[in-house]
Design a protein around this ligand. Structure first.
Ligand SMILES: Nc1ncnc2c1ncn2[C@@H]1O[C@H](COP(=O)(O)OP(=O)(O)OP(=O)(O)O)[C@@H](O)[C@H]1O
Ligand SMILES: O=C(CO)[C@H](O)[C@H](O)COP(=O)(O)O
Length: 313
């Protein structure tokens, strides 16, 4: 591995249907698919669908249904710039597929149910994002996806959501307290639907106040005060800890989004893909959120390259 390079590791965590994988792949597109590897933790299930059902456990059980030891080993290997050969899981059949080789790129995004579950996993991550998607959206999205792509009927999806509820509370939701940023998608009942934007969604960001170098919410609040974006800004307690919160709703224009990008990152780090996105004049909150988070990740990559260069001097 080139010693002046350090892989940037981003973790995305949350319940099934929260939008993790869609977000991870959107970030990859924005940052540059050649530079980003996305890994889903679903590939580290230790039991197939039939085996889980036979012993009556859900995929949410960290130890009985997942190989978190192997995952941790692989995450650290990738962070060191080493290739891995990882398992694969096929949701269309509920079976494992052939193992695949992963060569680390500049940025690795891990997305899954247990991304922050182990301290040793969290230690490998430069940015931790938890998706706390509103239950109404989560159910709607999960039913649509699982019945079209994973071989379930809508009734089976509803029954599965109910069956999983205790495990969600026990194993998944506590990880919210370990995130740097919590992203909450909410239905936006105040923004009128538009042909390009038929199901308006509001995106709420909560950010930890403790010594964070990242200041996404502060900048959003400032942009709101300046009247640049539609936002509300407040402090609240999430799992007992004070967090600063701002939500983005409505439509944001490109000029404003450009200013926000410069607040969270640097002009020279704006990727070609983001530039192309900015050619559209108006952006919904999901796009705004993805572009800002991609810009923060680009900035983290830049900082880590500077740190490595300083260490080598
Ligand atoms: N912002 C969004 N707006 C509309 N639909 C969305 C959005 N994000 C995700 N979805 C839809 O919700 C479904 C679930 O999303 P996704 O697969 O990303 O969730 P996930 O958290 O990775 O779920 P799982 O852990 O079960 O794999 C997908 O079909 C996707 O198209
Ligand atoms: O919570 C999930 C994350 O996607 C899935 O339910 C889990 O991966 C098992 O998948 P399947 O139901 O396709 O066997």
């Amino acid at each position: 591995m080139n010693p002046s390079r350090r892989v940037v590791m981003v973790g995305i965590c949350g319940d099934s249907g929260a939008g993790k994988s869609t977000y991870a792949h959107a970030l990859r597109e924005l940052l540059d698919p050649e530079r980003v590897t996305v890994i889903t933790l679903d590939d580290y299930h230790s039991l197939n669908r039939h085996e889980r059902n036979a012993i009556g456990i859900t995929a949410l059980h960290p130890w009985k249904a997942n190989n978190l030891g192997l995952l941790t080993e692989h995450v650290w290997a990738l962070r060191r710039g080493q290739s891995i050969v990882k398992p694969t899981y096929d949701h269309a059949t509920g079976e494992f597929g052939a193992p695949e080789e992963i060569v680390p790129r500049d940025i690795v995004i891990l997305e899954g149910l247990h991304t922050f579950y182990l301290e040793r996993l969290r230690e490998a991550l430069d940015l931790k994002i938890y998706f706390d998607t509103d239950i109404q959206l989560r159910v709607q999205w999960k039913i649509a996806r699982d019945s079209s792509q994973r071989g379930y009927t809508p009734e089976e999806v509803m029954a599965e959501i109910e069956r999983r509820r205790p495990d969600v509370e026990r194993y998944i939701e506590p990880q919210k307290a370990l995130a740097d940023i919590v992203i909450h998608y909410l239905p936006d009942n105040e923004t009128p639907p538009h042909p390009d934007y038929p199901d308006p969604v509001r995106v709420r960001f909560a950010e930890r106040l403790r010594g964070s170098k990242r200041r996404l919410v502060k900048w959003l609040a400032l942009a709101g005060q300046l009247g640049l974006i539609q936002t509300d800004h407040f402090h609240d307690h999430i799992i007992g800890e004070e967090m600063e919160i701002a939500s983005v709703s409505g439509i944001t224009d490109s000029k404003t989004l450009n200013s926000l990008i410069e607040m969270v990152s640097e002009r020279q780090l704006v990727t070609e893909r983001v530039r192309q996105q900015l050619e559209a004049r108006h952006h919904d909150p999901v796009i705004v959120s993805r572009i800002l988070v991609a810009s923060m990740i680009a900035h983290l990559g830049h900082q880590s390259r500077q740190d490595v260069s300083a260490e080598l001097r």
